[in-house]
Design a protein around this ligand. Structure first.
Ligand SMILES: Cc1ncc(COP(=O)(O)O)c(C=O)c1O
Length: 345
């Protein structure tokens, strides 16, 4: 029986082709800038996202941390959402390590921050206030259910930021899912951003790593922060080799994951014990709720599904998240729906 792991797209194993590429990768000392495979990955990432330069980092968290610290000095302020991954789940690193002050705005159900709220959040130059240096958006937005922020919105936020001399960073851990859902060129989608982090290790299946892209001068500053954070790696080409396959090939197939998420959501929508908003199923994530008549909590349901070798993640007592990825096929979705029907009957 296949293990059907829908907890996250971070559980993805590398593909056999990635393992082969890792075993035979050309490597060098990347802290000296001499790893040819890392250099290729960074150049290719920058090219695909329409920026001048890239930097390979160990994780999405390190990508956001190095980016934010490269934009901000101690005591500067970043405007970001109260449900942003960086705010909630990155161990407060921007404050702990960089002295950067978060100004949180309500994350709206569509993953955006209201433009008026952003306008009001800019600080004046009065000496009482921190200096507003950065706005950070997240696309796709994880806690909002994998929803997509459209290009027009990002362009508006970019224009607002730049008018005030403030930079725009995008936590694009899943930016290729966003571009796939919007059927748009990823470079165009992030054209207004000064920096972007994206992850190779989630739906793109690489075992480790993320890439930060931006201007050459920004990446130079970010490299210094990466070193400070202990993130300078040596023969990292072994990891970057898998990252290149992630970037070149796995970005081209994300619509399969989105179709599987839709298949799951549509099946769930037919179950009377479950509530799911199909309009919010835009990429590879399905958030769904258990109604009273389900007669169990999300944790209890997750435990029962484990007997079927199916793994899901409870978000709170009544809410569950399921995420599709490369290792989930349509027949796994059919099996999951059948198991859910049985357990909820
Ligand atoms: C939106 C978002 N940003 C950043 C991260 C952090 O990535 P990592 O787990 O590689 O540090 C995640 C991880 O799930 C995420 O969902």
């Amino acid at each position: 029986m296949d293990r059907i792991d829908l907890r996250s797209d971070t559980v993805t194993w590398p593909t056999p082709e990635m393992r082969e590429a890792m075993a035979t990768a050309d490597v060098g000392d990347d802290v000296f800038g001499e790893d040819p495979t890392v250099n290729r990955l960074e150049a290719e990432a920058a090219r695909r996202l329409g920026k001048e330069a890239g930097m390979f980092v160990a994780s999405g968290t390190m990508g956001n941390l190095t980016s934010i610290l490269a934009h901000c000095e101690r005591g500067d302020e970043v405007i970001l959402g109260d449900k942003a991954h960086t705010y909630l789940f990155e161990a407060g690193g921007i404050a702990a390590l960089g002295g950067v002050h978060p100004f949180t705005l309500p994350t709206q159900p569509d993953g955006t921050l209201a433009l008026d709220a952003i306008r009001r959040a800019f600080r004046s130059s009065d000496a009482h206030f921190p200096r507003t240096r950065l706005i950070a958006l997240e696309n796709t937005h994880n806690m909002a259910g994998g929803v997509v922020l459209p290009k027009a919105y990002i362009d508006e936020v970019g224009a607002l930021a730049h008018e005030r001399g403030v930079a725009l960073h995008i936590d694009g851990a899943r930016i290729f899912n966003a571009a796939t859902a919007l059927n748009c060129d990823p470079a165009e989608l992030v054209a207004a951003a000064d920096s972007v982090t994206f992850c190779l290790s989630k739906g793109l299946c690489a075992p480790v790593g993320s890439v930060v892209v931006g201007s050459r001068a920004f990446i130079e500053r970010a490299r210094r922060v990466r070193k400070l954070a202990g993130g300078g790696m040596r023969q990292a080409g072994i990891l970057a080799a898998a990252g290149l396959i992630a970037l070149e090939q796995m970005t081209q197939r994300l619509d399969e994951d989105h179709a599987n998420a839709r298949l799951l959501a549509e099946g769930l929508a037919e179950m009377p014990q479950i509530e799911v908003d199909l309009t919010r199923v835009q990429t590879n994530m399905v958030f769904f709720g258990l109604r009273e008549e389900a007669g169990m909590t999300a944790d209890e349901l997750a435990e029962r599904l484990q007997a079927h070798n199916i793994f899901i993640m409870s978000r709170d007592e009544r809410t569950i998240r399921a995420v599709t990825h490369y290792w989930i096929r349509p027949e796994h979705i059919i099996q999951t729906l059948a198991a859910l029907e049985k357990e909820l009957a």
